[in-house]
Design a protein around this ligand. Structure first.
Ligand code: SF4
Length: 396
């Protein structure tokens, strides 16, 4: 099974470009070091896949597209031109104007050029997400990120010059050796760039990465947990001073500048996916393209690559996912909908959930506004634990 047999009208698309100039040792995204020799074949294969996916978005314009990776800005501008013209040929992009649709491309500050940004803007891209991670060379070196911190401002200026007016900047905290003051300075530096969206993730040690292996060998000391908590609290406070509000546990925006594409994920909407390792969610089904470029280039079932990790619709799983990601959003979850979905799963769930809500409210972790349940600042710090309690109350 895969997308081939589904009937759906999907309005979001994720595209994965699997090339990077270097494999950063903390990263577990699927990417390989770009030798420039497979960009052409990848592009032609991607165009075939996009064409095969187009019927699932027929009948309504796409509202969000996100091209991530990897490092999409490493692709040559002439190949980008081909991809963008394929997207506009196969999909309805009439909603992609300012204030409605969102077409984001992830960029590395080092690899953007005026030519590339002109091509992106000309093809409908209206937002870039810039991987800054840190403004200190020492910490970039720890992460094995190769760019010069000063290039982030330059890259955003180039994007503005090309007419791309929406920007996001990614930062990482909890880097070994990073102090709270250094992190605060990073937040200030990011806010000074004039961006209206920031993603701030703490460094995680994913299984199988080179950095996790080095940690296990005792080559460095990870940040202490209480330092990471202080950094998280500082992030929320400092960014509020700069006019950003947290709308998701790790994402901050000026009013109205939330990432519309990522909200589709967090609200458990539907999206198509193209490129090796890309994951899709359509009509309750989830699947992932096999994360191997060689397979992607050679396996072609009427344009679609082999799908793995296929999960069929499951109301219990969908309820858990919806509650889990919804609680991490500022908007929270609707209690009426929670009760309705939970009672069809377990009859005793609504009273258990109501009792849990009362406890969480009394501890100051949950705020109930009408039927909306939203985690407080203190609750966000414990979001994973709260979500586990909610799951337990659903399951009984
Ligand atoms: S540039 Fe990004 S996607 Fe590529 S290896 Fe580094 S962290 Fe991973």
């Amino acid at each position: 099974m895969g997308p081939g047999s589904l009937q759906a009208t999907v309005r979001s698309l994720y595209v994965h470009v699997p090339f990077c100039s270097h494999k950063c040792h903390y990263c577990d995204f699927y990417s390989l070091v770009d030798q420039q020799n497979r960009q052409d074949s990848f592009t032609q294969r991607l165009i075939r896949e996009l064409h095969a996916l187009a019927p699932f978005a027929a009948g309504a314009p796409l509202q969000t597209i996100f091209v991530g990776g990897g490092t999409p800005s490493l692709l040559r501008p002439d190949l980008w031109r081909q991809i963008l013209s394929a997207v506009s040929r196969d999909f309805d992009l009439s909603d992609m104007g300012p204030g409605s649709g969102e077409f984001t491309v992830e960029c590395n500050p080092e690899s953007v050029t005026p030519e590339l940004l002109d091509v992106l803007a000309g093809g409908g891209v209206n937002r870039v997400s810039m991987g800054a991670q840190s403004f200190r060379e020492r910490h970039l070196k720890t992460l094995e990120r190769k760019h010069n911190p000063e290039n982030v401002a330059r890259a955003l200026e180039l994007a503005r010059g090309a007419g791309i007016r929406r920007h996001s900047v990614d930062l990482i905290f909890g880097i070994p050796g990073q102090t709270l003051d250094e992190w605060t300075a990073d937040l200030d530096a990011a806010a000074a760039l004039g961006t209206e969206h920031l993603s701030c993730y703490n460094l995680t040690y994913e299984p199988g990465t080179a950095m996790t292996a080095r940690l296990k060998r005792g080559e460095f000391q990870p940040a202490e947990e209480d330092v990471e908590v202080d950094m998280y609290i500082r992030t929320v406070e400092r960014l509020r001073r700069h006019g950003f509000d947290r709308y998701e546990i790790s994402n901050y925006s000026k009013p109205g500048a939330e990432s519309r594409h990522n909200l589709v994920y967090w609200r458990q909407g539907q999206w198509l996916a193209a490129g090796p390792s890309a994951s899709a969610h359509v009509a309750g089904w989830r699947w992932k393209n096999r994360p191997r470029l060689d397979d992607y280039l050679t396996q072609d079932q009427a344009g679609l690559p082999e799908a793995i990790d296929i999960e069929s619709p499951d109301s219990g799983r969908a309820l858990h996912e919806w509650a889990w990601t919804g609680l991490r959003l500022r908007e929270g979850i609707d209690a009426d909908e929670l009760f309705k979905r939970a009672s069809s799963w377990s009859e005793g769930a609504p009273p258990r959930l109501q009792a849990l809500a009362s406890v969480l409210q009394s501890r100051g972790h949950l705020v109930c506004r009408g039927t909306r349940w939203q985690l407080s600042d203190a609750g966000m710090l414990l979001a994973d634990g709260v979500a586990v309690d909610v799951m337990a109350a659903i399951d009984g």
